[in-house]
Design a protein around this ligand. Structure first.
Ligand SMILES: C[S@@+](CC[C@H](N)C(=O)[O-])C[C@H]1O[C@@H](n2cnc3c(N)ncnc32)[C@H](O)[C@@H]1O
Length: 385
């Protein structure tokens, strides 16, 4: 039996149904489909099983959607995955999917906890960014958050859209687990006036199908694509005339540690950053089809055909002693640096990071009152004329 989890929002509660007897024959899935249709909300189906089972589920869903939703299923995923389509006839499903690993072979699903913590810590600084960017586009805009991750900025965009009278927010990511989390987080704030659509897909897919947008936001995703300039062209290509592409890339590395920690040599954080830079270089070089982009992001946006290009910063400032969340985030961050970039650290620094992230150690960062978070995100944007 092929099972699928059909999910709508608000008026449409979640249901897990046996597809064969439901969508196709108007069984248990039919009321879910029609509740979603009546509520005019997103319907999402997470399909699991082997390739044959998923193909079968896709065809059953296509049949169910055709009669109950009047939506058209465009493309099914090659193997298990998440299908999404909006109500009212707009039909969307994507594409070749990366199973949660980006082209640099990072397991994004594994990073959910850390992304969620960062989202919470960044929210105060990024809320004005969402406001500023939505101030650049017209009423009831269509917004796409590309590489939305756990949905930190998606939530801020949804809130701002709701405050301005609504619009459409498309969540787009290659990692199913993160997309589901983003969707959950957005559903809490979107309200009735914001239509939310989730799309699973890969930014580098030549058959990328995303609705035309007034604002495209892409934070921390373009640098995971081999040809960053081509990715920017793709993102610019999603814009309606007059639309704005905004990316968050670069900025000032977050600082979180005192210079002297009482363990290892002073200046550990600087060496962690240097190791991370080497990791980053290797990560970029290891992406298939990786090409150099030997100029800065504002020029890259102009090369992508955009005008009125500007850059600004968002300061992330959480002074010590900070919250429990901050301490937990710092422990995770230092652990992740040491794990991913450990080969570029010497044995003393590896030992120091192990001590600092060990809950049994008297030096454990999670119990210190002298950690903080201070840095800046750089945002670059341009308009399609
Ligand atoms: C560093 S996280 C950034 C998440 C979020 N935008 C933020 O700023 O916190 C990168 C995200 O991009 C997604 N991603 C990486 N490569 C992608 C690609 N080629 N297409 C679509 N999403 C991708 C990952 O799944 C992950 O959610």
């Amino acid at each position: 039996m092929v099972a699928a989890r059909l999910r709508g929002t608000e008026a449409c509660r979640d249901d897990t149904v046996p597809l064969r007897r439901s969508v196709a024959s108007g069984g248990a899935a039919a009321p879910v489909l029609s509740r979603c249709r009546r509520a005019g909300r997103l319907l999402r189906a997470v399909v699991s099983g082997n390739e044959r089972a998923v193909a079968r589920a896709c065809s059953l869903l296509r049949a169910g959607a055709a009669c109950a939703l009047r939506a058209r299923l465009v493309v099914g995923p090659p193997s298990g995955g998440l299908l999404a389509w909006g109500s009212g006839g707009g039909a969307l499903v994507l594409n070749g999917v990366m199973s949660g690993h980006s082209h640099g072979d990072i397991d994004w699903a594994d990073r959910l906890t850390q992304l969620r913590m960062a989202d919470a810590l960044d929210a105060e600084a990024l809320a004005p960014v969402a406001r500023r960017l939505l101030g650049l586009v017209g009423e009831r805009p269509a917004v796409v958050d590309v590489g939305c991750g756990a949905g930190g900025m998606s939530v801020l965009l949804a809130r701002e859209l709701a405050r301005r009278g609504g619009g459409t927010l498309v969540l787009f990511d290659a990692t199913p687990k993160l997309l589901v989390e983003a969707e959950r987080a957005v559903a809490e704030v979107a309200g009735e006036s914001v239509e939310v659509v989730s799309l699973l897909g890969d930014l580098t897919d030549p058959a990328l199908a995303v609705p035309a947008a007034d604002l495209v936001w892409a934070s921390g995703v373009v640098h995971h694509v081999g040809d960053q300039q081509a990715a920017l062209r793709t993102l610019a290509g999603l814009l309606r005339p007059g639309g704005v592409l905004a990316i968050s890339e670069g900025g000032l590395e977050m600082r979180c540690l005192p210079w002297e920690l009482g363990v290892g040599r002073p200046g550990l954080e600087q060496r962690l950053h240097a190791a991370r830079a080497s990791w980053f270089e290797a990560m970029r070089a290891g992406i298939p089809g990786s090409v150099a982009m030997p100029y800065g992001w504002p020029r890259a946006l102009r090369e992508a055909g955009l005008q009125d290009v500007e850059s600004f910063g968002a300061l992330i400032d959480h002074p010590m002693p900070g919250s429990d969340l901050l301490r937990e985030y710092v422990v995770q961050r230092v652990g992740w640096f040491a794990e991913s970039a450990g080969e570029w650290l010497d044995a003393d620094d590896r030992a120091a990071t192990a001590t600092l992230t060990d809950p049994q150690s008297p030096h454990f960062l999670g119990r210190r009152d002298d950690v903080y978070l201070f840095g800046a995100k750089a945002i670059h944007c341009g308009r399609l004329r």
